[in-house]
Design a protein around this ligand. Structure first.
Ligand code: TXA
Ligand code: MG
Length: 315
């Protein structure tokens, strides 16, 4: 049975106690719910992989309360510092050299000499980090390859989520951003977009003063994040760039394309990102083929289209 904890002092204390015992707990962040565990405790990290059914080559993001704590774990150059100062706390993850002796379990980085780190902005995530007092490894709190959770009910669902497989979820309502963080790493010395996400690539490029490299992912041997081609997959089939529903299809609209559900009636990409995974969860529960209206590829639209392409990929 998965306990639902409230975003209140008792709930935060219960979450911090479970984490201290090496038990993974699902917690809200501004992007999606994460399945958090003590990043220094190999058994706690192993339990995260086990609960998600996650392939062990896919490393986890370490969450920290602030930049000072992050600098104790990873080595920042000037560009990394500029990005951290511009976007933390927030929906940006940086893949940086792991500081030797930082005490992060090697299962977190899957044995790499780099570590993915993020300072989340959500007050509940901040409160858990401070109550627990250590680094938290947290992938999205969904079974590996399924739709990411943006509500505690998505996490606690025994069929499409982790209900019955984890001790507890801290419920602080819907995640305001709704898609995972943007991941930036350094490839041959150049900052590179490893995964589009909640911070628009254009905003990152404006801080860096130059374009991000966009390395091509290899779906067979993912060295970069989220490169498994089929990911975020609903059980039903998914058709992209749909202008109208075909017989039997459930159409998710956007802007001028009206559907049974809509990402955003007004064509607002921020609203669309915040609704994306909840609509996919709800559409999937209907058990009909799903079609989705075209979404422009700028700003947060790049992250939305990335997740939709993966959800539609053959599996
Ligand atoms: O918004 C988010 O990022 C959410 C919340 C919970 O923070 N977390 C999340 O984690 O999306 P996850 O595990 O679903 O995705 C993390 C991605 C993975 O695709 C992984 O391959 C990549 O980060 N990653 C982690 N460490 C890495 C590293 N050292 N080098 C390259 N990629 C890394
Ligand atoms: Mg994920």
């Amino acid at each position: 049975q998965t306990l639902i904890l409230g975003h209140d002092p008792a709930g935060l204390r219960a979450a911090a106690d479970l984490l201290a015992q090496g038990e993974p707990v699902a917690i809200p962040t501004e992007t999606v719910y994460g399945l958090a565990g003590d990043a220094r405790n190999p058994r706690a990290v192993a339990r995260i992989y086990q609960a998600k059914g996650r392939p062990s080559f896919n490393p986890l993001i370490v969450h920290l309360p602030d930049l000072a704590a992050a600098e104790r774990i990873a080595v920042f150059d000037d560009a990394a510092l500029a990005l951290a100062r511009a976007f933390w706390p927030g929906a940006l993850t940086l893949v940086l050299p792991l500081r030797p002796g930082a005490g992060i379990a090697s299962l977190v980085t899957a044995g790499l000499d780099t570590v993915a780190i993020r300072v989340p902005a959500h007050p509940a995530a901040q409160a858990v980090l401070r109550a627990f007092g250590g680094p938290l490894a947290a992938p999205s709190a969904n079974p590996s390859g399924r739709i990411s959770p943006t509500a505690a009910a998505h996490v606690a669902d025994p069929e499409s989520g982790l209900g019955g497989r984890i001790a507890a979820v801290l419920d602080a309502g819907a995640c305001p951003v709704g898609v995972e963080s943007t991941i930036v790493g350094w490839v041959e010395g150049r900052p590179a977009l490893l995964r589009p996400g909640g911070v628009a690539a254009e905003a990152i490029e404006a801080v860096l003063g130059r374009p991000l490299a966009r390395p091509q992912g290899n779906a067979e041997a993912p060295t970069a994040p989220g490169q498994l081609t089929s990911h975020y997959a609903p059980r039903a089939s998914l058709r992209l760039n749909a202008e109208a529903a075909r017989p039997g299809e459930l159409l998710i609209g956007f802007g001028p394309v009206a559907g049974e559900m809509t990402l955003s009636e007004t064509g607002d990409l921020t609203e669309a990102a915040s609704r994306l995974f909840d609509l996919l969860h709800r559409a999937d529960a209907e058990g009909r083929p799903i079609a989705v209206a075209p979404v422009p590829d700028q700003g947060l639209g790049a992250a939305i289209n990335d997740r939709l392409r993966r959800a539609a990929a053959p599996r």
